[in-house]
Design a protein around this ligand. Sequence first.
Ligand code: C2E
Ligand code: MG
Ligand code: MG
Ligand code: MG
Length: 282
Amino acid sequence: RARRSSDEPVTIFEAGMHTQTLQALQLESELRAALRDGGLTVHYQPIVDLHSGAPRSLEALVRWQHPQKGLLSPLAFVALAESLGLIHELGMQVLEQVCADIVRWRKLFGSDALPPVSVNLSARQFQVVGLTTDILGTIARHGLPIEAVRVEITESALAEPSGPAAAMLRTLRDAGMKVMIDDFGTGYSTLSYLHTIPCDVLKLDGSFVRTLADTPRLGTIVRRSIELAHDLGMTVVAECIESPLQHDLLLAMGCDYGQGYLYSRPLPAEGIAGLLRDAPPP
Ligand code: C2E
Ligand code: MG
Ligand code: MG
Ligand code: MG
């Protein structure tokens, strides 16, 4: 939005701005094309039982197979999709691929052996009135039980416990879906109103895991957070576990599940099929 008052200096046009604008416009049209032509793909990262190391669920993470730039991380385009109003379209394409992959895996490995898959929801998607209908409808259309899919949402989207986002999560939970709070500890809503958030699984943000070994006082907070989550009937996943030391610390703190490069990087669907084939039965 252009805003200019009489005493404000007028911005002088810079050559660099021109190039930046052109690049932004190009990325925008390329993203629209990717959404139109099926250019997005989904990778999966296992979430393992910290005791046994066995995969217990999978997180779906979107990737963009860019024609020139190669495989792009969501950090390079999710915010753009949000600002262009395309994030719900993106999210639904991810859910479509996830459901199709689950259907394929269930045929290969049987439905009992298959861990549930969580998809990330953007806070912006809670502004879409038909969000819960779209999600539940897609899962049903693929003939999957509701437990096959979970949603991950950051706490910031739930800043208002009585707002529309919380109501939508309640609708999903009433239908039998598990809700996970992503990046827990980074937002504003802290432990004090965890009890107001309708959720089943807490994902402890990677920033805590990273500094855990060097910061004993942080350990106390993490340990107590895990206890509190358990008392509220939730389970806890620690994100970004990269070292055996981090694994051991979190296990000793009573954490249930872990996710990170120590166990597996996010893998394409074929890689996950291999992993599921080798995984011990639950
Ligand atoms: P997130 O949901 O917190 O996902 C975890 C991120 O941590 C992933 O990054 C994953 O690759 C990375 N990660 C996992 N283990 C490790 C580790 O041991 N070390 C380090 N350094 N990183 C690890 P990724 O795939 O780049 O995704 C980044 C973010 O993009 C996600 O964070 C999520 O917020 C967003 N995102 C991904 N897929 C989707 C999607 O389908 N829809 C929406 N709205 N957002 C998505
Ligand atoms: Mg996530
Ligand atoms: Mg996370
Ligand atoms: Mg994150």
